[in-house]
Design a protein. Structure first.
Length: 168
């Protein structure tokens, strides 16, 4: 990293996200590995490494992520039912009609519950564009989603002013 120390990158990243991080480094000193892992890295691979090992470590870290899109799996959260196989959302048994974007936003929130989702991360995931182009859209869609979920939305979708949202 030319402009910033990797340890500082990890520290800053962990303030905003729990995205899995695998450090690839030529540094093989134990203290460096410990610092990276203590600062939030999920794994540490020393250069040179085999591509097979790296791919196995990526798969291993991905298995640790919350997976709620397994076929037939329904997530139940305080009266909210999210059925990914049917693309169906129910609140206290009643269907909640969401647009495709609202559905994808709720899906992202459920998959990252308890974690801060920055405006930029939401834009990249939902719209697959640069964060500066859609931040206002995020606010509008979150507002619509809250409205459609009523008191549930207000109670569970929390704003982190100027940063993003947390689904609690």
């Amino acid at each position: 990293l030319p402009d910033l120390d990797g340890q500082e990158v990890l520290i800053r990243l962990r303030r905003q996200s729990e995205v899995p991080v695998i450090v690839l480094s030529a540094r093989d000193q134990e203290a460096e590995k410990i610092a990276a892992l203590d600062n939030g890295a999920n794994d540490y691979v020393e250069k040179p490494f085999g591509i097979g090992e790296l791919l196995a470590r990526i798969r291993s870290n991905l298995r640790k992520l919350p997976s709620f899109q397994e076929p037939g799996r329904i997530v139940e959260l305080d009266g909210l039912s999210f059925d990914a196989a049917k693309s169906e959302v129910r609140l206290n048994g009643a269907p909640v009609h969401l647009t495709r974007t609202e559905y994808r936003l709720l899906e992202m929130m459920i998959g990252n519950r308890g974690r801060l989702m920055t405006h930029g991360a939401i834009v990249r995931k939902i719209w697959r564009s640069s964060p500066s182009s859609e931040v206002d859209s995020v606010r509008i869609y979150v507002s619509q989603l809250r409205r459609k979920l009523g008191e549930y939305g207000t109670a569970h979708i929390k704003t982190r002013q100027g940063i993003g949202y947390v689904f609690e």
